[in-house]
Design a binder for this molecule. Structure first.
Ligand code: TYD
Ligand code: MG
Length: 457
């Protein structure tokens, strides 16, 4: 008899498959994430058809027609922006994030708006009871009868309901609770999550239904994370932000129908998530006045410039090894910039602790905030105050040069809009910025020049 069951080991973090157990995953380099799962060898879904019997003809690309108004707006501007202009029919969208960050809330709001627009919506929850969803829905607003609910975790049942009801949009609240009978491992395991996504993909592509999948990001434990299915879906959105702060950032990590790196900013209120239309203003709220170690920098998030306050605290270290932390930005980048300051400017930081923080809990990795990080560190170290109407941006190179960044003009305009008086920017951006009125531009080509500018002030 043919043995059709075997066990393999999967990394719960990224889905890496291995025949034997390993301590560290070669794929994503995390430790202790391998778990054993049984997989049953399945028959080829296309049956026993030979390739010659499944004749397929290619199509001329020019002949494929697209209609303009294909996208369905969610009526939530920030979400539409992240999706690239609305929901594409037949697309599979993964919404990931920590538990409790607001994924269910956002999707329930989307469902409400879609239902108002006469789009048939089916919300399938495997986590909450109908009563619980109703309680949440009451906080969000009134729903019309285009919105249907289903509490189910068996995918075959779900497939049957979708085929019968033919909704336009389906929401699956948490892929980690769904299971398929053919897969022997528990719900939430890598093979279950993959198989479930596969079935949902067939439903989405086959019937032209847009499917939103909720995926919890789990730090540890035996639930497969959403990264396992990133490559299978069309769009991957991640909800980030501190659970204790009220605002949330929705970020597109992958998008087959629009640009990535686009972000949407929301605030959690007691009636659900509210859009934050002007994130820069929101992020700069509550800035300390006349404090050293604080400077406003600008980072492009997709097509939108966002101003944030960068804070640094440099103090004498009491131990042999100085402590450094970076919150909201890359730790190694901060170390690198400190080394540049030490070597190229001669600021002695070797025996100092340094803490760098992007205020508000945003995560920013664009090199354009380098200049901001450097100036915040110097400002704290030398205890000089950078005037609060100054905004800075520019990448800092290893020899202390200030390098060009993209879309300099837009950054300057954003600063002007928010009432800043001076912008410090790379010399090389001079031609691309032009001569905007009503704002003072300070061009710098070396980190040394930038520092002497703030020391003079
Ligand atoms: P939820 O959408 O359940 O998170 P997820 O589905 O990502 O696990 O979010 C729940 C949190 O949001 C919970 O802590 C309560 C809070 N919340 C509000 O503050 N206001 C609201 O109107 C709603 C519905 C939830
Ligand atoms: Mg939820």
């Amino acid at each position: 008899m043919l043995k059709n069951k075997k066990t393999v080991y999967f990394c719960q973090e990224c889905g890496y498959e291995s025949a034997k157990w390993m301590g560290q995953c070669p794929g994503c380099k995390t430790w202790n994430t391998f778990v054993e799962e049984t997989v049953s060898a399945k028959k080829n879904p296309s049956g026993n058809l030979k390739a010659s019997e499944k004749r397929q003809d290619p199509v001329i690309l020019k002949d494929i027609s697209l209609s303009e108004d294909e996208r369905q707006t969610t009526q939530i501007g920030e979400l539409d922006r992240v999706l690239g202009g609305g929901i594409v029919p037949g697309s599979l969208v993964l919404v990931g994030g920590d538990p409790g960050i607001g994924k269910s809330t956002l999707l329930l709001q989307v469902c409400r708006n879609l239902a108002e627009n006469q789009v048939a919506v089916l919300y399938i929850s495997g986590e909450e009871s109908l009563r619980q969803i109703k309680l949440r829905a009451n906080r969000i607003g009134d729903f019309n009868d285009k919105m249907q609910l289903l509490c189910e975790t068996n995918l075959e049942v779900i497939r049957e309901v979708i085929e019968r009801k033919k909704p336009d949009v389906v929401v699956i609240d948490s892929i980690q609770t769904m299971f398929h009978e053919d897969v022997s491992s528990a719900p939430g395991s890598v093979s279950q999550v993959r198989e479930s996504t596969n079935i949902l993909m067939q439903i989405a592509k086959g019937m032209g239904i847009s499917v939103f999948i909720v995926g919890h990001v789990t730090k540890e434990g035996n639930v497969a994370g959403p990264r396992v299915l990133e490559h299978m879906v069309d769009t991957v959105l991640y909800f980030e932000g501190d659970r204790h702060a009220s605002y949330r950032v929705l970020r597109a990590v992958k998008n087959r129908f629009g640009s990535t790196n686009e972000i949407g900013v929301f605030e959690m209120c007691n009636t659900g998530l509210e859009e934050v239309k002007n994130p820069s203003e929101y992020m700069l709220n509550g800035r300390p006045e006349d404090a050293s170690g604080s400077v406003v920098a600008c980072s492009m998030e997709g097509t939108r410039p966002i101003l944030v306050e960068i804070q640094a605290l440099v103090c004498q270290s009491n131990f042999g090894i100085p402590r450094r932390t970076a919150v909201g930005t890359d730790f190694n980048r901060v170390n690198l910039l400190m080394a540049v300051l030490e070597k190229k400017v001669g600021i002695h930081l070797g025996t100092s602790d340094a803490y760098v923080n992007i205020a508000g809990g945003m995560k920013m990795t664009e090199p354009a905030i380098d200049l901001g990080i450097c100036l915040a560190i110097v400002s704290s170290c030398k205890d000089v105050v950078i005037p609060d109407k100054v905004m800075v941006f520019g990448e800092v190179g290893l020899s202390g040069e200030i390098r060009a960044v993209s879309m300099a003009g837009q950054r300057v305009q954003e600063a002007k809009k928010l009432g800043f008086e001076t912008v410090m920017l790379p010399e090389v951006c001079k031609s691309s910025v032009g001569k905007p009125e009503g704002i003072n531009l300070v061009y710098v080509s070396q980190i040394r020049d930038a520092i002497s500018y703030i020391m003079r002030k």
